[in-house]
Design a protein. Structure first.
Length: 147
């Protein structure tokens, strides 16, 4: 089973059972962002978490095993996405990427923020002018090595 086939199956099961990503994350014992990314094919779950997600979705051990398979990250992404929300994140990087790089280098030195030793959360913040999306990312700083 490919990650794309697995994702389609998981999305169908999630919808038919009326579950939320938060509910699946609670079942997995992992964060909402990580659990969602694994169900969408971008990460792998540990065996125990995969079994709990499969159980919550009334799916069998073959699906739990498939959830533990390593992902080819970004494989399903288009070079330039046409999906508006995803495009906005690309737009943020186009506009603020150089700023983020400059600020990180000024505060930490030459290096990058890890996407491996990393956490992220997504929250809704009430605002009288319209609710806001709050995204918090926290990644380990990895300095470039000189040799």
């Amino acid at each position: 089973m490919t990650k794309l086939q697995l994702t389609a199956l998981l999305l169908d099961a999630k919808k038919s059972r009326g579950l939320t990503w938060a509910a699946l994350a609670a079942a997995s014992g992992l964060s909402e962002v990580y659990t969602t990314s694994a169900c969408l094919g971008e990460n792998a779950l540990p065996p125990e978490a995969a079994a709990r997600v499969a159980t919550a979705l009334d799916l069998g051990p073959d699906i739990a095993a498939a959830l533990t398979e390593f992902a080819n990250k970004g494989e399903a992404a288009a070079t330039v996405t046409k999906e508006p929300l995803q495009y906005r994140f690309q737009e943020i990087l186009y506009i603020y990427g150089p700023t983020l790089k400059a600020l990180i280098e000024e505060k930490f030195g030459a290096g990058i923020m890890s996407a491996i030793d990393f956490t992220m959360s997504v929250d809704r913040v009430a605002d009288p002018k319209g609710d806001r999306v709050k995204i918090e990312m926290c990644g380990k700083f990895l300095g470039y090595k000189t040799w």
